[in-house]
Ligand binder design. Sequence first.
Ligand SMILES: C[S@@+](CC[C@H](N)C(=O)[O-])C[C@H]1O[C@@H](n2cnc3c(N)ncnc32)[C@H](O)[C@@H]1O
Length: 383
Amino acid sequence: MTGPADQTATTSPAPAPAGAAPAGPRGAANRRGPFRAGERVQLTDERGRMNTVTLADEGEFHSHRGVLPHSELIGRPEGTVVENSAGFRYQALRPLLKDFVLSMPRGAAVVYPKDAGQIVTMADIFPGARVVEAGVGSGALSISLLRAVGDEGHLHSFERREEFADIARGNVETMFGGPHPAWRISIGDLAEELGEQEEPGSVDRVVLDMLAPWECLDAVATALAPGGVVICYVATVTQLSRTAEAMRADGRFTEPDASETMVRGWHVEGLAVRPDHRMVAHTGFLISARRLADGSERLAPKRRASKSEFSQEDLDAWTPVALGERDVSGKKLRRAGREALGLAERAARAGGGSTAGVLGDGPETAPQAPAGPAAEGEERERP
Ligand SMILES: C[S@@+](CC[C@H](N)C(=O)[O-])C[C@H]1O[C@@H](n2cnc3c(N)ncnc32)[C@H](O)[C@@H]1O
């Protein structure tokens, strides 16, 4: 296919002077043109194994199969195939958003791309929207939300732990090549902070990815505009049912909708066309509802009180540990934060954007995160 998009993809945008905001929507310039020092590049070998490297003028990618100087890539177009010192070939491409979130530094389980895509669509995140998100974790979902609201929108992200906010800030700035104009992070518990920081009825969309979203629903209903959407991402059915009942009990929401998304890859080669043997079978559930106008009552089939109502004993069993929360040490989070902010600094140098709060430099090579088990030190079990 030819057209303007193809032409821009092969021209080399001159990076803006250091400190200046690049022209065009935030992050667009660093998705195009030849490779530049400071950028993250994904190297895929002939067997499909991936490594992500951050390009540096004097840098080298070492593996047990030889050495590849970064200078072989800097200045070359995306999609270049290069050979290392031992003749092994690698295909070099910028990571797409879906690749980036699975290889970036993280301290908590991230929202997987399949779920992030659903969240953006099901919650109707539109350009210019005023969106609230909590918690931020490693910032994977924040990146998708920022792309959807665009430079003219507002994403106000709340996170209880400062260390997570540092990791997220680094990852967001690496992805966009500098701070995003639509983004603001506040440290604190959403249930306490939302009412302090956002006017009642002023928020279009709220996205919750946390252990106990039901604790925040009162604040969310107060902040949402009539017709606004709340969507919650939860890992277990017990969280799902408790969230649904809390939405109903609040009385200010429509009847909730719940779903899960399964994506099954396919092997397509000659006559061997079949589903992949392995897949990410479970990540989480989505549950969403709309804010009713004040004074209106939810329309839903009348339910008789039944034995399926929760008892206090049931509620007491829902402790963070019982729900699978793991305590991540501050030391691990600070290490991931230093790595994320270091990568952001290098991305800003590559793209000409400015960055704040830089703590250190990231490693030479970050292996692609496995699609299956949770990475070490994640806040709770999730693939
Ligand atoms: C699973 S992580 C979020 C991952 C994130 N959505 C991503 O894609 O990278 C959950 C985060 O929620 C935070 N959190 C939990 N309850 C919260 C609350 N009430 N207010 C603010 N943050 C909260 C935790 O500290 C943790 O960082």
